[in-house]
Design a binder for this molecule. Structure first.
Ligand SMILES: Nc1ncnc2c1ncn2[C@@H]1O[C@H](COP(=O)(O)OP(=O)(O)OP(=O)(O)O)[C@@H](O)[C@H]1O
Ligand SMILES: [Mg+2]
Length: 252
């Protein structure tokens, strides 16, 4: 349902006084299948967010193409991709003074009716009802804004949902329910789900692990066979003290 063909994202590279170029995404080919759960992981700066933004149209494609549901969307705008059924949840969501969660939810779903909005909130159970009239501004905590961002992404009923590090700042008690929620959405609506994460809970939930390094997929497959490479890339820490809730973010 989503095919990346020889995909590049190239930026000017002025480091060391050079006037060259740098391939942030360096020739990626991959076919994402409908209704599967994918986890993209890799070291900081390896290109995970850049790739997610390429798919959503926030970054421009420098070379190659993105095929979605059989159509080349490489040159479509962000809204056009959203209308086509792609939804993206930012690693660092924007904050808006004077705009409430209710406003954002209404825009994403086209629903204004109070009861229907409450139904949507109960569906995305990670967001308490008390959030509805909160302003999505600087006063919101880091975890609260991530929950709101994720809820809005789900409520838009996308065919393809991309979540960039959805667990950042989220308390340990919510991460499990968050994974369950994404799995439930996938089961009920066949939502193709791509999660960018370093968290073992998301990696364990995925059908396919994609490891990115220096802008290239260096591994695609199951979690078990990916472990040696994850350890090599120091994406995770392997040590005996990783058991227990306090280490829920540690891959083991
Ligand atoms: N528009 C841009 N112009 C120049 N450099 C960029 C641009 N976007 C990203 N980069 C660089 O590309 C590299 C990859 O960035 P990206 O945000 O994709 O990493 P990431 O894998 O998501 O990292 P993290 O795990 O820290 O979120 C970084 O070195 C970043 O500084
Ligand atoms: Mg990132």
């Amino acid at each position: 349902m989503l095919e990346l063909k020889n995909l590049y994202f190239t930026v000017p590279d002025t480091s060391n006084g050079n006037a060259g170029e740098r391939n942030i995404i360096d020739g990626i080919n991959f076919n994402f299948e409908k209704g599967k759960f994918y986890a993209i992981t890799g070291p900081n700066g390896s290109g995970k967010t850049s790739l997610a933004k390429l798919i959503m149209g926030i970054n421009p494609v420098s070379h190659g193409s993105i095929i979605f549901d059989g159509k080349d969307i490489s040159s479509l705008s962000i809204p056009e991709r959203a209308w086509a059924g792609i939804s993206y949840s930012f690693q660092q969501p924007a904050r808006f003074k004077g705009i409430t969660f209710r406003d954002l939810l209404s825009i994403a779903t086209g629903v204004a009716d109070e009861k229907k909005l409450l139904d949507i909130i109960s569906r995305v159970g990670i967001c308490p009802l008390s959030f509805l009239d909160k302003e999505v501004d600087a006063k919101l905590s880091g975890g609260e804004i991530k929950k709101i961002e994720l809820a809005i992404t789900i409520a838009a009923n996308p065919k393809l949902a991309i979540y960039d590090e959805p667990d950042t700042g989220i308390d340990l008690w919510t991460i499990g329910p968050m994974v369950d929620l994404l799995k439930k959405e996938l089961a009920e609506h066949s939502t193709t789900t791509i999660v960018v994460s370093h968290n073992r809970i998301f990696l364990e939930a995925a059908d396919v692990i994609l490891i990115i390094d220096k802008g290239r997929f260096v591994y695609t497959g199951d979690l078990e066979n990916s472990r040696p490479l994850l350890a090599d890339l120091s994406v995770c820490t392997y040590h005996d003290s990783c058991e227990g809730e306090e280490n829920a973010g540690c891959l083991r």
